[in-house]
Design a protein around this ligand. Sequence first.
Ligand code: AMP
Ligand code: GLY
Length: 426
Amino acid sequence: MTILLLGSGGREHALAWKMLQSPKCSKLFVAPGNAGTAQIATNCSLDILDFDSIKSLVLQEKVEMVVVGPEDPLVQGIYDFFKNDETLKNIPVIGPSKVGAQLEGSKEFAKEFLIRHHIPTAAYDSFTAATVEKGYEFLETLQPPYVLKADGLAAGKGVLIIQDLAEAKEELRNMLVHAKFGKASKKVVIEEFLDGIELSCFVLTDGKNYKMLPTAKDYKRIGEGDTGLNTGGMGAISPVPFADAILLEKIETRIVKPTIEGFQKDGIEYKGFVFIGLIIVKGEPIVIEYNVRMGDPETEVVIPRLKSDLVELFQAVADEKLDEVTLDIDERSATTIMVVSGGYPEDYEKGKVILGIEKVADSIVFHAGTKLENGQVVSNGGRVLAVTSFGENFQEAIKKSYQNIDKLHFDKMYFRKDIGKDLDNS
Ligand code: AMP
Ligand code: GLY
């Protein structure tokens, strides 16, 4: 089968790496891809929001399945674009329909879905510029810290957590009246703050049946000890040591099942990944967000632990036969450490020559922001490489990743040295 994968990060390199292990994948295109995907598949330089260009490529190369990595094309409706086109309608797109993608594209849509289907989530209300005064009043009824969420996609930056009431009111005004996050903050969800531990849960669904994938924990802040600015993610661990069978059972019955049943009740077509962000408060899982794709860098630990054939799973998703396949998971722990450009997540330089990748042994180097230039691999983004390792426990896996990172070099390279330290006693 000829497959097209959309995206260019570490997530896409990991998905490409895994799909190419399947005997069912005869040819893989990645658009636009990176230097890592260029080494194992065929990169195509195109804009993944330009659906007409995607259509031309799909028809020209006789692509038989499209797998979507990031959320943007999904929120823009790539699933529906294929479904409604005479020449494309029989080519499955792995991802939700445009309305399903609203679970990530609109925080308010997600909250209404959660409430409608009685899925545990933080109390909230939503406001616009016309109701900003009501927003101030709502803030006054809450205890600090205050959680303000831009309704729309804001590249992971749209959530503010603020201690001081006056500051929270000012930021609410900045978001609604002064378009702090552009169109994304025309509406703002104000949410009750949940004090607990975060956990990410991943599900693959065909809209009726589902498979729970391994859990993962991400490290979002740039600095050690979880300090500094938020990033796309600086490392990940799977499985999460505190996610025991009792907690997983609660997550499945109270959250995953009603989510999939919710798709059916609401008539939402959904054939892809659901990434559920949870906060565990006194042992009880509560949803803080849905994403309609896999996480990055969580994919770089979840997908390597999957022993089953990923293309077979995607085919089962397309055929709505996910109940007929079994999921085989590697019992070992996997960890990944992100190697980033100095300055990230603020300004950073690109084009730095990356040395030492060929010396890495017993870890997998997934490329994120890289490209090939005159035959050399150079940095091309904030997050540059994800170094994934296996171990009998996460400590062993992390040690391997750090030993291999020592062999890598580029100018101003940075990585967190404390991934997993917070879990040492769990
Ligand atoms: P989100 O984009 O909704 O995942 O939010 C980004 C981050 O904000 C999350 O990873 C949490 O650390 C934090 N967060 C979001 N919602 C809440 C909440 N209701 N209570 C506490 N922290 C939250
Ligand atoms: N690592 C978090 C995300 O992919 O949204």
